[in-house]
Design a protein around this ligand. Structure first.
Ligand SMILES: NC(=O)c1ccc[n+]([C@@H]2O[C@H](COP(=O)([O-])OP(=O)(O)OC[C@H]3O[C@@H](n4cnc5c(N)ncnc54)[C@H](OP(=O)(O)O)[C@@H]3O)[C@@H](O)[C@H]2O)c1
Length: 297
């Protein structure tokens, strides 16, 4: 299968690139600017090219010439507060550019797999199943929900893969995520305040990449929730990291979200039920402590 990926420089995009480069699929990984990950090894069937998804002419040229069977669209503005403060830019990348990519996908008849988020939900009543009503509480969630709605009406073969709070080994791509933030602060004996009134089902990045590849290979259609299956608050995650690394958990104080003044509201109770992905895709999440052992090995 010929697969084009957007957002290959991101946390998720680099993991998808790493896994697909070891398969028999022909991969064109794309990202904004140069590839920034030296650890990625491309086989003879995989390559990288720069593609800014806001540049319609270049995106059209690249996609029309590669003629993918499937597009995995992972690129996005993912910082919730940036989205709140720079709404036009957030809309232009997360919604308008996605709509452009969908129309280019139509020209080459490619299946379109859109990576979306738990933040399309209100957070009033999670964990959520795929058919639950969306209702975002911040602008990031709104832009992703709008893109979802457009894709559903597109007439293409499509899937929407929603996920929750990614964590994984990202030191190779020089990106921090929550668990490194916890580790680094505790190692420097710095006290941290961590939210304990939000629930999530944190997602191990390699699991998600595997789940997305299963959707693409099985030509699955519709909405899939792919995340971990352990419900926890960020505070509980931090405690597990501290215990795993034998760091001082007394440095971690549980707080309510109201402690922080952030431009973007975070939904309170999200997380997913993942029965559909397990039954239909054979998806099986790694236990949080097993993932920590892999990350810090
Ligand atoms: N992280 C999470 O916890 C989480 C949770 C739920 C859903 N998701 C979804 O998962 C997907 C991947 O997220 P992630 O965590 O891997 O985010 P990430 O590390 O921020 O990756 C997003 C990538 O999109 C790229 N991008 C932004 N604007 C672009 C443009 N104009 N043209 C081409 N590429 C562009 C970014 O490029 P630069 O690196 O050059 O900035 C970045 O590499 C996103 O669709 C996100 O909405 C993430």
């Amino acid at each position: 299968m010929k697969i084009l990926l957007t957002g290959a420089n991101g946390m998720l995009g680099s993991a998808i690139t790493e896994q697909l480069s070891k398969t028999n699929h022909t991969l064109l990984a794309t990202g904004k600017g140069d590839l920034r990950h030296n650890h990625l090894i491309f086989n003879e069937l995989s390559d990288y090219t720069s593609m800014d998804i806001a540049d319609r002419i270049t995106s059209k040229k690249i996609i029309n010439s590669f003629k993918p069977d499937a597009i995995i669209h992972s690129a996005a503005i993912t910082q919730v507060d940036d989205c709140e403060l720079n709404r036009d830019h957030c809309y232009s990348i997360n919604t308008a550019s996605t709509i452009e990519l969908i129309s280019i996908a139509k020209e080459v008849d490619a299946a379109f797999h859109f990576i979306s988020t738990d933040f399309v939900f209100s957070g009033d009543d999670g964990p959520y199943v795929e058919s639950d009503q969306t209702g975002p509480v911040n602008y990031y969630g709104e832009t992703k929900e709008l893109a979802e709605q457009y894709l559903i009406q597109s007439g293409l073969d499509w899937s929407i893969i929603r996920t929750v709070l990614l964590y994984g080994k990202t030191d190779q791509i020089k990106r921090s995520n929550f668990i490194y933030w916890v580790r680094d602060n505790l190692m420097e004996s710095k006290p941290i305040k961590v939210v304990n009134d939000q629930i999530r089902t944190p997602t191990y990045i390699p699991d998600l990449a595997k789940g997305i590849i299963a959707v693409v290979e099985q030509e699955a259609k519709g909405i899939y929730h792919i995340s971990g299956d352990e419900i926890m608050t960020p505070y509980e995650m931090a405690i597990k990291v501290a215990r795993f690394l034998k760091l001082d958990e007394q440095l971690i104080t549980p707080v309510d979200a109201t402690t922080f003044t952030q431009p973007g509201i975070r939904p309170q109770r999200t997380g997913f039920h993942i029965k559909k992905a397990m039954e239909e895709l054979g998806y099986m999440p790694t236990a949080f402590n097993t993932a920590l052992a892999e990350i810090f090995s």
